[in-house]
Design a protein around this ligand. Structure first.
Ligand code: NIG
Ligand code: FE
Length: 408
């Protein structure tokens, strides 16, 4: 290598690049991206490279005909859990509703029982196997919620598992404390007492360095606006950003509560109204759409996409992977569903799993390709965002780069 060569570690050439900084539908053809260490060192037209690619970098990948995007980000999952709920799936097929199952002691509580019964290693093994599916689909950052413990020991076990996954795999994991997921059986007669317990768990787990964000489930079968606000007030005092499961099954003003606390995101948002959308726009709260949960529950009220567009609310798309309402291991499937069920454009969906998903996690170093950004990059065997969203089960990933390292 000559002494004037830039000395990059990796150089991708001849790619079709969706950088996600100059509009989601802008594709740069014949582009090159250079990586040094964990960051992007340069990007621009392949023709603008000074010197030959081989002289410029230790390794060169020719991405002829490949779409290259920021690595995908799944900003809403519950992928650490024990057991499964296929029996409830059958009950729902026979006409029993999600709410009825929850009220009868099933639903989230049945996964709480199974998760409490798992050892640390069992829980980690289950999650580790699942997480391989995200890597296979070009995901480099994943949010993981607790909320199937609902007691201190099991919430801690879940959050430690999430951290361990991040340490042991090339993925970045973001840990969200969801103690306010449902009222566990042993607190059924004292819901407000449980809210106090959530607050005390939050303080302990935060002190142990296990919490990045705080979430809650605001719904008639879960927590009220007042109860959520009590938890969020403490989260904010601790300096932790919040996000909210809002307006999923009914319109309860969840979007406004999220906006009042400057939430990073309000998620589900099927029943969010005009006031809610306006409040989210003012607070910069991202609307995270979860079409696989909508599909699984066979819902019929889609989120108010036009309101979000009109008011400039950023839209993200995520899996909501969980054993009850979204038994999926595939973000690409959720991307297809966001188009088919919610009529998002493929460009909106791509923004929803890259730059807007990063915003929903409060991360500004990824979700876009620019000099200095983290080198989390997905290379695809397809060449347009539409084709990425169009196939089902196609395994379109060619390569995944996480923090500058080739992970797939
Ligand atoms: O995002 N809505 C609440 N939480 C999950 C469902 C969890 C479950 O049923 O286990 C959701 O849909
Ligand atoms: Fe969820």
């Amino acid at each position: 290598m000559n002494s004037n060569a830039p000395g990059w570690d990796l150089l991708i050439i001849n790619a079709r690049v969706a950088a996600m900084i100059d509009g989601a539908d802008k594709i740069h053809s014949d582009y090159a991206i250079a990586i040094r260490g964990a960051s992007i060192a340069w990007l621009g037209p392949t023709n603008d490279l000074v010197g030959s690619p081989e002289e410029s970098a230790d390794k060169v990948i020719n991405a002829q005909d490949q779409l290259v995007t920021p690595a995908l980000i799944d900003c809403h999952t519950h992928l650490v859990f024990g057991g499964h709920r296929a029996a409830e799936f059958e009950q729902r097929l026979n006409g029993v509703s999600y709410e009825q199952i929850a009220k009868a002691g099933g639903g989230i509580q049945s996964t709480v029982n199974a998760t409490r019964a798992c050892s640390d290693n069992e829980l980690a093994d289950l999650a580790e196997k699942r997480i391989a599916c995200w890597l296979d689909e070009g995901v480099a950052t994943i949010e993981i919620k607790s909320g199937y413990g609902l007691d201190l020991a099991t919430e801690r076990k879940m959050l430690r598992t999430a951290r361990r996954l991040g340490e042991r795999s090339p993925l970045t994991t973001v840990s969200t404390f969801l103690g306010a997921h449902t009222i566990p059986a042993e607190w059924k007669d004292n819901p407000d007492g449980y809210v106090e317990e959530v607050i005390s768990m939050l303080k302990v787990l935060h002190a142990e360095g296990l919490v990045d964000h705080v979430d809650a489930y605001m719904e008639s079968i879960a927590f009220s606006a007042e109860q959520v606000s009590r938890v969020f007030k403490v989260a904010k005092e601790l300096g932790l950003p919040v996000k909210l499961h809002a307006d999923q099954l009914s319109s309860g003003g969840g979007a406004q509560v999220a906006a009042n606390f400057d939430a990073l995101s309000a998620d589900h948002v099927e029943y969010t109204d005009q006031q809610g959308a306006e409040a989210m726009a003012r607070s910069g709260t991202v609307a995270v759409l979860l079409p696989a949960a909508y599909y699984t529950l066979r819902e019929s009220t889609p989120p108010p996409i036009d309101l979000f567009r009109k008011h400039g609310v950023p839209i993200a798309v995520a899996t909501d992977a969980n054993p009850g309402t979204s038994p999926t291991l595939s973000l690409l499937t959720s991307m297809n569903m966001a188009c088919t069920l919610f009529k998002l454009t493929p460009a909106e969906v791509l923004a929803g799993v890259t730059c807007h998903a990063a915003a929903a996690l409060g991360l500004d170093d990824r979700g876009h390709l620019s000099i200095g950004a983290r080198a989390d990059i997905a290379m695809w065997k397809v060449n347009t965002p539409a084709e990425l969203c169009y196939w089902l089960g196609a395994r379109p990933l060619k390569h995944l780069i996480c923090g500058g390292e080739l992970a797939r």
